[in-house]
Write a protein that binds this ligand. Structure first.
Ligand SMILES: [Zn+2]
Length: 250
């Protein structure tokens, strides 16, 4: 695999960085990333992943655009209310960067389909807005051995973490939320710019992981407070009894 002259031009600001270079750009081109959720987080991440030349994107979402999404989801426009988000996201990706192969899955993630949808990817970025789906995605990522970047935003609080096996997202939140769609942003509200910030930060972690910059990133939770503007880093402890990753040696 090589980069064409057009790609060398397109990615010139990456290639000149010694930490990325042509080799890193080829790793991005070869990478297969699944983006679960094309809402606030996904719409914040997809532009950076597309621009960076991540070669294969799978976008998974069963929602259609609602007028209340437009406060925070820059992939969609007012005249697109009612259209499927994955179709619009794929159209954006194709127009922005024809070197990105974009596959869409207009289904809701369920226990029955999650492994089939996520297998074959190098990385998963989860930006869904409920605990039951996030835990399904995390358990599947652990089982399939695929690194997971999990991102969320609510009210003025954002969080992003990269998980590689153990500890996992379930170690972090526990087992209480499997069946419970509690605390979604529809009920509690969210600052629109915050979802974009956290989604873009999640894309940064994806790109770091692909080009090999993120060796120390796993198991660290990044918390951002949109009221005080403080960033905090917390190392997540592995739960010895975790039923997803408990059998993996850390
Ligand atoms: Zn775990």
């Amino acid at each position: 695999m090589a980069l064409s002259d057009e790609e060398l031009d397109r990615y010139a600001r990456h290639i000149v960085l010694p930490q990325i270079g042509g080799a890193g750009q080829l790793r991005l081109k070869a990478a297969r990333v699944a983006v679960v959720g094309a809402g606030g987080i996904g719409a914040g991440a997809i532009p950076s992943l597309t621009g960076a030349g991540v070669g294969h994107l799978t976008i998974i979402d069963d929602d259609r655009v609602e007028i209340s999404n437009l406060q925070r989801q820059p992939l969609y426009a007012s005249d697109q209310v009612g259209e499927r988000k994955v179709d619009l996201a794929a159209r954006y990706v194709g127009k922005r960067n024809p070197h990105v192969e974009c596959r869409t899955v207009p289904d809701r993630i369920e226990a029955e389909n999650v492994d089939a949808i996520l297998s074959g990817h190098d990385l998963i970025l989860d930006g869904t807005d409920n605990f039951s789906t996030r835990l399904l995605v995390s358990d599947s990522a652990v089982k399939l051995g695929i690194p997971l970047i999990s991102a969320a935003a609510q009210q003025f609080q954002g969080q992003v973490a990269l998980f590689r096996g153990r500890p996992c997202y379930r170690c972090f939140v526990g087992d209480a939320f499997d069946a419970d769609d509690c605390d979604t942003c529809a009920e509690l509200g969210v600052l629109g710019a915050l979802t974009g910030t956290m989604g873009n930060f999640a894309a940064l972690l994806v790109i770091r992981a692909i080009v090999g910059l993120g060796s120390g990133d796993a198991g660290v939770l990044h918390l951002f407070n949109g009221l005080t503007l403080d960033w905090r880093k917390i190392r997540i402890a592995a739960d010895p009894g975790c039923r997803a990753c408990g059998s993996i040696s850390s």
